[in-house]
Write a protein that binds this ligand. Structure first.
Ligand code: GDP
Ligand code: IMO
Ligand code: MG
Length: 428
């Protein structure tokens, strides 16, 4: 079996794009199975940087097939802007190396409008979404009123769907929130054009993914967001609206669990979070600011400053359990270089007890006090290390503790953003 999952083990932005690109070298296909243009995946090759949102991170190789699966919520405007951006950077994109599921849900202009309106209406309780229409689009999917890519392939079906949807959405926008309605004709014309442009890319991609795995080709599933942003297991309601854990792969790409050989959890050597919600190991001091500046912790999609804190092994252990991780890829260990001491959280103290899992209730999570272990720091030369043996002692001890506590081995250590700044510890 040759299908592997690459997913975020924390709150997103762990370096999934970098790791997927690295692993894609020996893969045939890269599949996105959830999320949408809320994702921002960065890949650096040589002196070029690529920021990907909807296009899978296998696109920088000429010979890989990149798949947007049925579980993705597709914003056609964002997709075509991204394709243009990538073409300007010299990336080749055609229906030969990018295919899109006919079952994927479409993000419509009213989804983006409602995302913004609902956030404003939440006031101080806002989630801090990316504003890309993700929540409202998944809401329609589950409510069974969503418009899918296949509907756009039939203009009359699309027209009817849009009319029905827009009437209800405009009622909500105007009557509930007192904002301006959206115009049918301009959305219809815009989307009919997208439909024509999308058509060559569209097919039942689950058949292709299935056939590739069956014939022994290597398929990578590229997760977006991260474990603690999962709709069921994340810090609800401060989460995204899709299944970011390994279970999401099957429903979001149309294959069965017995076809998957393993799952790599990507985790930063520290923790970051963008948007609102609890974060037990968050640092509000100079060290937190230092990590943010040293690690350039600013969002790819929204440019927001990311909140920074110590590595939380309770989260990594939880992620390993929820997704059956076969290994971790630890990124940005170079960012911590220069700190005299570094800390790792190995448990939460709550009501006099010590726990090593993330409680469901935010009230309980708020009471959790992190328990820390302290490690000697390491120096800058780490970014030039290309073998495990070249890593400084302090970093090796830090990595060993991650493996020991989570009972999950580390297969990759990343020491910089570049494709070559990667240490393959053991094959996944
Ligand atoms: P993703 O959403 O999980 O793909 O991660 P992002 O691209 O949003 O954020 C990760 C950032 O860290 C990007 O700017 C990457 O180029 C960068 N990055 C990835 N791995 C490393 C690493 O090992 N060291 C450093 N310094 N940067 C890294
Ligand atoms: P990648 O794939 C980090 C966060 C938002 C917000 C919450 C809900 O680059 O790791 P949404 O727009 O999805 O309804 O926002 O989820 N969020 C991310 N945080 N990385 C991401 O993607 C994220 N995608 C969404 O900041 O807190
Ligand atoms: Mg990101």
């Amino acid at each position: 079996m040759s299908a592997f999952i690459v997913l975020g083990a924390q709150w997103g932005d762990e370096g999934k794009g970098k790791i997927t690109d690295y692993l894609a070298k020996s893969a045939d296909m890269v599949v996105r199975f959830q999320g949408g243009s809320n994702a921002g995946h960065t890949v650096e090759v040589g002196d070029k940087q690529y920021k990907l949102h909807l296009v899978p991170s296998g696109i920088l190789y000429m010979d890989k097939i990149n798949v947007i699966g049925n579980g993705v919520v597709l914003d056609p405007k964002a997709l075509f802007e991204e394709i243009d951006y990538l073409k300007k950077l010299g990336v080749h994109i055609s229906p030969k190396n990018l295919i899109i599921s006919d079952r994927a849900q479409l993000i419509m202009p009213y989804h983006k409008v409602l995302d913004g309106i609902k956030e404003r209406a939440r006031g101080k309780k806002d989630i801090g979404t990316t504003g890309k229409g993700i929540g409202p689009c998944y809401t329609d999917k589950m409510e069974r009123s969503g418009i899918r890519v296949c509907d756009l392939m039939h203009q009359d079906v699309f027209e009817g769907n849009l009319r029905e949807n827009l009437k209800i959405k405009n009622d909500i926008i105007t009557k509930v929130y007192g904002e301006k309605p959206l115009d049918f004709d301009s959305i219809y014309n815009e989307y009919v054009n997208y439909g024509k442009a999308l058509a060559p890319y569209v097919r039942d991609v689950s058949v292709k993914v299935y056939e590739n795995i069956k014939s022994g080709k290597k398929v990578l599933f590229e997760g977006a967001q991260g474990t603690l942003l999962d709709i069921d297991y994340g810090t609800y309601p401060y989460v995204t609206s899709s299944s970011t854990i390994a279970g999401g792969v099957c429903i979001g790409s149309g294959i069965g669990p017995t076809m998957i050989a393993g799952a790599v959890g990507v985790a930063k050597a520290y923790t970051t979070r963008v948007g609102k919600g609890p974060f037990p190991t968050e640092l509000f001091d100079e060290t937190g600011n230092w990590i943010r500046e040293n690690g350039h912790e600013y969002g790819v999609t929204t440019g927001r400053a990311r909140r920074c804190g110590w590595l939380d092994l309770v989260i990594l252990k939880t992620s390993s359990r929820l997704s059956g991780l076969t290994s971790f890829a630890i990124t940005k260990i170079d960012t911590l270089a220069g700190l005299e001491k570094v800390k790792i959280c190995t448990g939460y103290k709550v009501n006099g007890k010590i726990i090593d899992y993330v409680p469901a209730s935010l009230e309980d999570l708020a009471k959790c006090e992190p328990i820390y272990e302290e490690f000697q720091g390491w120096n800058k030369s780490i970014e030039n290390a290309r073998t495990y043996d070249e890593l400084p002692e302090g970093a090796k001890k830090y990595l060993s503790r991650i493996e020991e506590f989570t009972n999950t081995k580390i297969s990759i250590v990343s020491v910089g953003p570049g494709r070559d700044q990667t240490i393959d510890v053991s094959h996944i």
